[in-house]
Ligand binder design. Sequence first.
Ligand code: TYM
Length: 335
Amino acid sequence: MNKKKEIVMSGIRPTGFLHLGNYFGAISNYVKMQDDFECFFMVADLHSLTTHPDTKELKGNVHRVLAENIACGLDPEKVALYCQSHVHQTGELYLYLNMLAYKGELEKTATFKDKARLHPDNINAGLLTYPVLMAADILIHRAKYVPVGKDQEQHLEIARTYVNRFNHRYGEVFPEPVAYNFDNKLVKVPSLDGGGKMSKSENKLATLYLADEDTDIRKKVMKAKTDSGPVENNSKKPDYIENLFLLMKLVSTKETLNHFEDRYNDCSIRYGDMKKQLAEDMVSFISPIRNKVNAILDDEAYLQKIMKHGAEKATEHAEITMKMVRNAMHLNYFI
Ligand code: TYM
């Protein structure tokens, strides 16, 4: 008999071009999980409305995120790849979870505070309840593992709080979801300027996008912050140098990485050489993905088909959960 696969769920907002942070924090894990788990991956278009109310570019952005996921190796036949707004059951669960969510807790969420600071004239209720909608995305599939980057850890903690409140109040329906990374540790891919992380909307000149042209990749890497080099053998690396090594670890061979580690440790490192090598390895990593994305984007009929198929799979699964939820909450008056 086939062992029932454990359930995995995750999502990405269509708020701009995807970058190396999205790749290593999220998508590379999706790809590694797609054979052994039952996977639900979506484009979080509703979440994007909390900060991007102008929807003129939404369709193009949704298509791009789908294409970027597929170009990175996600197989829409193996996973449910869908759009958040196509699964209407999520809205219903979001409503119920809102009754288990306290305003004071939501106001303390780091992402709420950051976004409220960035958009002081649009602190809407959707922004405040962002983690509730995210919990609904995960719980609608009763997912156990949620592959995400380090920045989403607090949202997962909040989702677990709602699971416990729900299960305690209405009976056991949901497992506790955990943030997941294949290498155990959640990752934060740093920006090239030594401050902050790679991001779809901030730090654009210090972020490497999957859509970047080769010349831009080279330019950005060559501009990365360095210094005049270590003066003592085996000294501790400053953060911005550590970051360069981290990027090298992600895209270069072990030999290359070891070579520059050794040069660093015996103080003979030349950062110009290191960055040149990193830039070339980065180009080799990104350019095939970029080319595949462009080919997929040219085939709108294919993308429509993927979206429809994904929505059907995800909706069917979500409805099973909602039946359990309505029963547990005694909202079924006809039975
Ligand atoms: P979003 O769209 O900001 O990011 C998508 C994924 O990329 C990861 N990520 C990073 N990882 C490492 N280093 C970085 N510099 C970096 N930047 C982004 C994020 O951690 C995320 O995994 N709230 C989510 C979207 C969402 C979701 C969900 C996720 C909506 N519903 C349900 C999981 C489950 C977000 O804004 O991701």
